[in-house]
Design a protein around this ligand. Structure first.
Ligand code: Z5A
Ligand code: MG
Length: 212
């Protein structure tokens, strides 16, 4: 028998405003892919389990204060500390469904007034997603869903700025999904675009660095 090159997994990111449905859809998508016989894992950023993640968590819950640049770099460091494991998983055939990634990092910090190019810089060299599914919802509609909690950023005025920042980040890897549809309809659309993406990666689409 000839050598059969192990096919790689896909890096699929879900982005969107607070309450757009990312976490709900990420877990549904992982179940769906596993049901199709595809090895898949659910990941999320911030990953609050690491030391850096705990600093981020304290900041988000307002139990610590940090300079805007400092917290930006911590969010980025939280992705860098997972980069090599991410690469290993992808190369050994596991598809990763990631709840927020570099786009959240840039959109949230730029919304505070930080220079957007400065915000992008520390993300360069992380793994580029094969697909970014943007769950599109207006800040007003998102706010109506269950209301916001007490975490920093969970305010309508700030979410409006984040929505504008996200708009400047769209590129060819983005697919916009209407997040105001019923959960099952959003789910169905995500299944289709994710499956296409997984197949493309299985066929040999190369893994590449994030360059912006
Ligand atoms: N942040 C940052 O600044 N920099 C970074 O680099 C990163 C993040 C990575 C914490 O994120 C904060 O960190 C976040 C950005 C910032 N701050 N904000 N805002 P997080 O991921 O931990 O935030 P979260 O609180 O876990 O997730 P979320 O965004 O609030 O929600 P979601 O995951 O998008 O939505 P959900 O939990 O799936 O659904 C929300 C509710 O809506 C729930 O009651 C659902 O049942 C309901 N829902 C969902 N879909 C639907 C539909 N289709 N119809 C009706 N109702 C629905
Ligand atoms: Mg969530």
């Amino acid at each position: 028998e000839g050598t059969r090159k192990e096919s790689r997994g896909a890096l699929i990111v879900l982005e969107g405003l607070d309450r757009s449905g990312k976490s709900s859809q990420c877990s549904r998508l992982v179940s769906y892919l596993e049901g199709q016989g595809i090895s898949a894992e659910l990941w999320r950023f911030p990953d609050r389990t690491t030391n850096v993640g705990q600093m981020i968590s304290a900041y988000l819950s307002n139990t610590s204060q940090l300079d805007d640049h400092t917290i930006h770099l911590l969010f980025s460091a939280n992705r860098w500390e997972k980069r090599s494991l991410m690469e290993t998983k992808l190369k050994t055939g596991t598809t990763l469904i990631v709840d927020r990634y570099s786009y959240s990092g840039v959109a949230f910090s730029a919304s505070k007034g930080l220079d957007i190019e400065w915000c992008k810089a520390p993300e360069i060299g992380l793994l580029a997603p094969d697909l970014v599914a943007y769950l599109d919802i207006s800040p007003q509609k998102a706010a109506e869903r269950g209301g916001y909690g007490d975490e920093r950023y969970e305010k309508l005025d700030f979410q409006k700025k984040v929505a504008e920042s996200y708009k400047t980040l769209h590129d060819v890897s983005w697919k916009v999904v209407d997040a105001c549809q019923p959960i099952e309809d959003v789910e169905k659309q995500l299944q289709e675009i994710a499956l296409d993406c997984v197949i493309e990666c299985q066929k040999g689409k190369p893994l590449s660095p994030l360059l912006w």
